[in-house]
Ligand binder design. Structure first.
Ligand SMILES: [Zn+2]
Length: 66
């Protein structure tokens, strides 16, 4: 998979996440991100690309009406 052209401080498109740092874990890239809600989380880049990950999880909780 190509290395995305994103840098610390960039918002990941179509998400609530702002990148803090790149992490690598056994070949797949993870990103350390800060969510708009203030939570620091690590997400897999491939999941962001597929639209599976759009927040730290708060978005899903809100949609469930919690
Ligand atoms: Zn969040």
């Amino acid at each position: 998979m190509r290395i995305p052209s994103i840098h610390p401080g960039d918002r990941l498109y179509d998400t609530r996440l702002t990148m803090i740092a790149r992490l690598y874990q056994s070949g797949s890239m993870k990103l350390r991100c800060r969510c708009d809600c203030g939570v620091i989380t690590s997400v897999f880049w491939c999941n962001v690309r597929r639209g599976k990950t759009k927040s730290c999880g708060c978005l899903r909780r809100e949609r469930n009406g919690a």
